[in-house]
Every structure is written in structure tokens, then in C-alpha cells.
Design a protein around this ligand. Structure first.
Ligand SMILES: NC(=O)c1ccc[n+]([C@@H]2O[C@H](COP(=O)([O-])OP(=O)(O)OC[C@H]3O[C@@H](n4cnc5c(N)ncnc54)[C@H](OP(=O)(O)O)[C@@H]3O)[C@@H](O)[C@H]2O)c1
Length: 237
């Protein structure tokens, strides 16, 4: 119960990696705010966490909408007055066509979710952490933010952007003892972007592997922090 009495927010908590991270943090004693658009999914995760003795609260969130983020921040401020761990996990892919065929509306939706969303979340939550003089912000990026992704240029650009945002905010918040890290996994066994035929899902990184890294980041000794993790499958799928 290393995270007893801590409050964590996980975006995109209704399925995939976000669900695994939420369950892991709850199992370690944290109270977890489960945020995503689909209330049925986050409520299911809430019930599963509660059934295994953990604490969670589903709050509907659309990262593309500033008002929605303000509402979440209000819930945190009135109910909890703190946030120890913010995991910016939610993202969309829109992978599958070259950039010149991507409509501008799709580019805008992707950037609003993957890059502007984490910015707005940090804008809403960092002041609480600054007040407390501690906190972890963990951004889930991708190896597509470290190399090219043909037919996924917008997604790749959003993750390169998220990396730059992370490195810079980490320096801004260091004086407040807030540690800002980024996790960049390769292909993970979720339904994100559809399963590529011919790839063995069992050899892929599993959602729990990412949750394991997040748990490690959130439990480091106060004097140091791992600022970036690149996570690869042991065997190529
Ligand atoms: N799977 C992979 O191969 C892989 C590899 C590297 C990195 N990643 C990264 O890992 C993270 C999680 O991916 P995943 O595989 O778990 O994807 P996923 O299964 O598709 O889950 C994405 C989550 O994000 C939420 N979301 C999407 N748009 C949102 C919005 N506008 N507002 C709030 N929540 C929103 C979704 O919920 P709603 O639709 O209900 O809102 C869902 O809970 C992403 O950042 C992704 O880029 C994934």
C-alpha cells in the first residue's frame, strides 16, 4: 500500500493501458479518479476496482473541451484538495493514411486530444501540486515520438510534441519538487489503432507492463527521478 492516502488522476482510464494503470495504482492504495468520455467504461473500471477493495471515482472528461477539464479540476478541488499523481494517458491514433490525405479536422481533433489535452490537464492540476510542494506528472507517449511513423505522421508529431512538452515542464516544476516523466512504449496489446495482422499479440508489450513502469515512477525516493522510459517488447512481435 505504498500509495495509501494519495490521489491519482488517470485520463483514458476506461480501457487499455489507462485501465491497467488505474487498477495498479488503486491496488497500491491510491484513490483513483478515472477520466474518459465513455461513462459506461469508466464506471465498469470503478466497480472492478471497488470489488477488489480499492478506491476509485469515475468522472466524465473530454480532453478536447476546456470546460470539461475545468469541471474535473473543480471536483478535485472540492472533494480532495490535492492531486499526487497525474497520468496523461488518453490519446487517439488516426493511423492509416499519409499526411497529405489527412483532413485538417482530423489533425485538429488529434492534436486537441494528444497534445493540447495534456497541456490543459497540467494547467488545471499543477497549481495543486505546487501548493503541496510535491507530485508526479506522468505522460504516456510512444516510440512513435522517437522515430518516424509512416501513415501516422500526425500521431507521431503529437507524441514528439508531448516529449518536448514533458522535458520542458519537468524543468519548470522541478523547483517545486514535482517530477514530470514520460513513458514511451512500442506497440502495446490493446485495441488502439486496430490490431495489425501478422503481429503476435502475446509478444507485444502488455498494458500491465506500462502500469508497472508508472508504478515504479510514482514510488521513487524523493531525491531523484527517472525522467524518461523507452519500453520495448523483449521479442519483436
Ligand atoms: N496501444 C499501443 O500500441 C500504444 C503504443 C504506444 C503508446 N500508446 C499510448 O498509450 C496511451 C493509451 O493507449 P491505449 O492503447 O490504451 O488506447 P485505447 O485502448 O484506445 O484507450 C484510449 C483511452 O483514451 C480515452 N480518450 C480518447 N479520447 C479522449 C478524449 N477526447 N477525452 C478523454 N479521454 C479520451 C479513451 O476513452 P473514451 O473514448 O471513452 O474517451 C480511452 O479510455 C495513448 O497515449 C497511446 O498513444 C499506445
Amino acid at each position: 500500500m505504498e500509495l495509501k492516502d494519495q490521489l491519482a488522476i488517470v485520463t483514458g482510464a476506461g480501457r487499455g493501458i489507462g485501465q491497467a494503470i488505474s487498477k495498479r495504482l488503486a491496488a497500491m492504495g491510491a484513490s483513483v479518479i478515472l477520466a474518459a468520455r465513455d461513462t459506461e467504461q469508466i464506471q465498469r473500471v470503478q466497480h472492478e476496482i471497488e470489488a477488489s477493495g480499492g478506491s476509485a471515482h469515475a468522472v466524465q472528461l473530454d480532453l478536447r473541451n476546456e470546460q470539461s477539464i475545468a469541471k474535473l479540476a473543480e471536483v478535485i478541488e472540492t472533494r480532495h484538495q490535492r492531486c499526487d499523481i497525474l497520468v496523461n494517458n488518453a490519446a487517439i491514433g488516426n493511423i492509416g493514411k499519409p499526411l497529405h490525405e489527412l483532413p485538417p479536422e482530423d489533425w485538429d481533433q488529434l492534436m486537441a486530444t494528444n497534445l493540447r489535452g495534456p497541456y490543459l490537464m497540467i494547467r488545471a492540476i499543477a497549481p495543486l501540486m505546487i501548493r503541496a510542494g510535491s507530485g508526479h506528472i506522468i505522460n504516456i507517449s510512444s516510440l512513435a515520438g522517437h522515430g518516424p511513423l509512416p501513415n501516422g505522421a500526425a500521431y507521431s508529431a503529437s507524441k514528439w510534441g508531448l516529449n518536448g512538452l514533458t522535458y520542458s515542464v519537468a524543468e519548470e516544476l522541478r523547483p517545486h519538487r514535482i517530477r514530470v516523466s514520460v513513458v514511451a512504449p512500442g506497440s502495446v496489446n490493446t485495441h488502439f489503432g486496430g490490431n495489425i495482422p501478422g503481429k503476435n499479440p502475446d509478444k507485444k508489450i502488455q498494458p500491465d507492463d506500462v502500469a508497472h513502469v508508472v508504478a515504479m515512477l510514482a514510488t521513487q525516493a524523493p531525491q531523484s527521478f527517472v525522467s524518461e522510459v523507452l519500453l520495448r517488447p523483449t521479442q519483436k512481435p
